[in-house]
Design a protein around this ligand. Structure first.
Ligand SMILES: [Zn+2]
Length: 207
């Protein structure tokens, strides 16, 4: 079992390798590693990330097969099946770090802001279910001065949504609450920058 802080350092190091283009994935994704892992896995971190094609968790964190248990959904929202997936991995594999990974210019956040501004087209009920989960974190920002600048508003909305998802995971599951209290499970929020490739951990850390 890898403690949360050690797992976090691995992700920071992996992201630094990715940003500096120093990655070497041959060992991490090769046939030998695949065969080693066929019978069992011990992922050291759980990532709840956005489905955006530009933010594949394994790549931006410089990791290979068997390293990360990844849940991806547009807008990195938290619905019961996402909580269940986190519970499953944390309990079964002893994984002690959960990262909610949002990103700059997230389309799900943009769609939510458009809907709140009533510029949106009719959404399907399924897409609406995503927007509805983003909205509570974003809506309060509209009554602040942030609403005057669309770019600033979007930046704050992305982070507000990440914070809300991380909080939802911390408090929306009895099992996860117990793991936090008793085993050191850590749930943090992070934002990936589409231009620089840097992942900034900004929520849920003491330091
Ligand atoms: Zn996104």
């Amino acid at each position: 079992m890898i403690p949360a802080q050690e797992a976090l350092q691995r992700l920071r190091d992996g992201n630094a390798r990715y940003v500096s283009d120093a990655r070497d994935g041959a060992d991490a994704t090769g046939a030998r590693r695949r065969i080693e892992l066929a019978a069992q896995q011990f992922p050291f971190a759980i990532i709840l990330g956005c489905s955006d094609s530009r933010v594949p968790a394994e790549i931006v964190f410089g990791q290979g097969l068997g390293d990360l248990f990844v849940i991806r959904v547009a807008g990195n929202i938290v619905a019961p099946s996402q909580i269940g997936s986190v519970e499953f991995a944390a309990e079964r594999y002893g994984t002690r770090l959960v990262v909610v990974l949002g990103h700059s210019s997230c389309g799900a956040i943009i769609a939510t802001l458009e809907e709140l501004g009533r510029n949106s087209r009719e959404q399907s009920p399924n897409l609406r279910s995503i927007v509805n989960r983003v909205r509570p974190s974003v809506q309060p920002l509209l009554s602040t001065s942030l609403a005057n600048d669309p770019d600033v508003l979007l930046k704050h909305a992305v982070r507000a949504n990440i914070r809300m998802s991380a909080d939802h995971l911390r408090h929306g599951s009895e099992l996860l609450e117990q793991l936090i209290q008793n085993t050191g499970l850590l749930i943090v929020g992070a934002e990936y920058n589409l231009e620089t490739g840097v992942v900034e951990f900004f929520d849920g850390l003491d330091d």
